[in-house]
Design a protein around this ligand. Structure first.
Ligand SMILES: [Zn+2]
Ligand SMILES: [Zn+2]
Length: 138
C-alpha cells in the first residue's frame, strides 16, 4: 500500500455532523462532508445509479424537472465501523449501509481543489508530467 493510500489519522465528526477528515501518510489532508460521502457510496447499487446518470462519485443526482425538491433530513451516519485495516463502513440515517469505502477509494475521490483538478484533467499521465515539468522554475 502506498503512503498516499494509507491514512495517518481519521476523524469522523459524527456528533457535530460536519463530516470526516483524513490525514494521509504522505502529508495530504482531505475533508469529506457526509452528503458527499453518501453520494460517493461505492456499493454496486449506488455505483450503478451514478453510471446511469453519468455522475462522478460525490455528485448528487440532478433535480427532477417540475418536481419540488423534497425535504430530506441532513445526511449523517448513525454508525461508523472500521473494515479491517483497509476500509471504513457507514450506516447512514436513511438506512443505507452497503458501502465499503476503502482508503484508496477515499483518496481517489478526495474533494480538495488540488485533487479535483487532477481528476478533471483527463489527459494521460505522460501529459500531466510534461505539464508539471514546464512549470518548474529555471
Ligand atoms: Zn450504496
Ligand atoms: Zn486532496
Amino acid at each position: 500500500m502506498s503512503l498516499a493510500e494509507d491514512p495517518k489519522s481519521v476523524k469522523v465528526n459524527k456528533t457535530s455532523g460536519t463530516g470526516m477528515e483524513i490525514e494521509w501518510k504522505d502529508g495530504h489532508r482531505g475533508s469529506y462532508t457526509f452528503p458527499y460521502l453518501r453520494e460517493a457510496c461505492p456499493c454496486a447499487l449506488c455505483n450503478g445509479e451514478r453510471v446511469k446518470d453519468g455522475r462522478q462519485p460525490g455528485e448528487p443526482p440532478p433535480p427532477v424537472a417540475g418536481q419540488l425538491p423534497m425535504f430530506k433530513p441532513a445526511v449523517r451516519p448513525t454508525e461508523v465501523k472500521p473494515v479491517g485495516k483497509y476500509a471504513i463502513n457507514f450506516v447512514w440515517n436513511d438506512g443505507h449501509q452497503h458501502g465499503i469505502y476503502t482508503w484508496s477509494y477515499l483518496r481517489q475521490i478526495c474533494p480538495c481543489p488540488e485533487c479535483k483538478m487532477k481528476r478533471e484533467s483527463t489527459d494521460g499521465v505522460a501529459d500531466d508530467m510534461a505539464e508539471h515539468d514546464s512549470r518548474k522554475p529555471n
